[in-house]
Design a protein around this ligand. Sequence first.
Ligand SMILES: [Zn+2]
Length: 105
Amino acid sequence: MKYFKITPSRTAARYEIIAEVFQKVTENKQPFEQKNQRGRFARYGICPSCLNPIQLIGLYSESGRRPYGRHTGKNIDGLPEWNEDKRQQWLLEIAEKLMPPLEID
Ligand SMILES: [Zn+2]
């Protein structure tokens, strides 16, 4: 995904996943920036759709690739608990939007 939130609410603002924006809105503070188990800094946000934690990938990489967000699939200290049900619920809503209800004659 291309956007993240810092507040777990459907109506909260969403921000583009780029380093300048991340720094501005999180000030690189916990829980959005924290060391992972391997002792390296990782950056996190909240999925704008299902409000689960996401990891922000490539925020400071110099590969020239666009940074993006990826569901963590697990709990991250200080962020909303990972909730697979919420994610599935969101996928269901999307599917329903894309597929018109079946007409029954
Ligand atoms: Zn999500």
